[in-house]
Design a binder for this molecule. Sequence first.
Ligand code: SF4
Length: 520
Amino acid sequence: MSYNAKTGKGLGNLYKADRRCTTHREWKGLRDTFYDYFRWLKMLGMLGTTLAPVLPQLTKGLMRYRWLVSYLTTPAFVDRHTVGLRSYELRYAHLQFFVVLRNSAKMLCDILARDENLNPKSKRAAKLREKTVIFDEMMPIQIMNGFPTLKGILIQMLPIFEAGEIDQQANMYYIDAIEHYGLASDVCPLPAADAGCCVVDDFPKIGSAYISSAMPCDGSAASTMFSHRYFKMPSYQITPPQRFNEPEVQEYAIKNLWGAVEFIEKQFGVKFDWDSFFEGVKRYNLECGYMIDKWDINCTPYPQVCGAALALHREYEMQIASSLDPNFVKYDAKVSALMKKGYEKSKAADDQPKYRAIVWSCPAHYYSNFTYWAQNCWGIKTLVDMECMLAYHHYDEHDKQKVLLDMARGYERMTMRSHSNGGYVNALDECWKICEQFNANIVFMYNHVSCKNFAGLQGLFEDQARERGIHLIWIEHDLMDPRTVSRKAMRDRVNRYMTTVFRAEPLDPTLVDYDDDLTW
Ligand code: SF4
């Protein structure tokens, strides 16, 4: 599909209202199409070899777990995030997504090998479960770097969190299940789906101790209670402070974090291995360095690794792989080398984005490629995303007390904590600071309709954006439930703003109005 002055790349024609997948693959020119196809084969090869050892459990699992079926659509997920991309940008996206998917495939392999539901009589699976700690999503699984003989697995990550990003339909069943159970329908779909998955007994049974927490809101506090009752295992609750800018709270935060270490030591009869932990810390610092390099380049007139390739990768690297997977550093190095070449090429051609934007507030899981749509349709490049602005400070590599403080500060800034619930300074002041640093005058302001925490700041955001001459485009969504606000309705908010305020013409008119309600 080459560029046509009337239709742009014609990317909207890839979608049909009655189709779940795209109608055909995009033609990106000979070289890029060949590269795209090669990466597609490489990804399928990686998934095949990683999951081959658990093929019988995978087959059983597809009959047992509804969420697992969504992962069959993984190739379509990658296609969604590479559509319209060319040259270096295409390569960044493939590399960034590949390492994330490899980590997820390994996690799936670990889950399937341990799961009591799929291996009820297996002694090997039982032994693996005895050495496994399960964590709530957003919890500092990073501490498992200090327990090399044990395994930590984020229990909701594959069934709920990532499944909803892979397939927009994935979480609906669990949301409906908990609502049929009596939950009000205006509760945030994330804790609702977590609780629904408990109610229909769709979490695998894979561990023998549980590190839990509430995400920073009432809905999550309630869903944590469900999880405690459902998992029925010894548990420890980590509760990072919300108002973390005050230094007084840090003493409590360190104590709370160290309490989790002592809990694991006691439950499993092992000692925390500081040497091994500091190895993980070094990896974390390297990963942070690579990410800050990407940001630095994105602050220039020639941004490189943008949109979901930047945001989702960092979210997974920091929060899920949590420096437990050395592959991230390896791939970061590759992307970094490529990025420097890409920057030089863009600079030589003076290839600057038409519009520069940042993403603020909590994005829709079911539309993680939204920023690529904005880029393909309107030429708006997303330079940074609140989701990737988790911990980005370096941790101390030698001092035990200091590193715990650094880690506590990292988890205080986790997804939904600092920017959604951390108050005025972290949500509002920081937004303008980031706009200034990245030289962006558009903010995609996600308005999660079921998250009451952010809503209180809406008026202040609008007033202050007006004073600063920043275009604040509010985009409603319902995080994991596309039935409340569809992808199309999200796009319409930007379309309206671009045509009425900017009086802009779309780069690809076929992307302005198309129907993808059914697609994964
Ligand atoms: S998005 Fe808001 S309501 Fe939902 S879990 Fe996060 S903080 Fe809670």
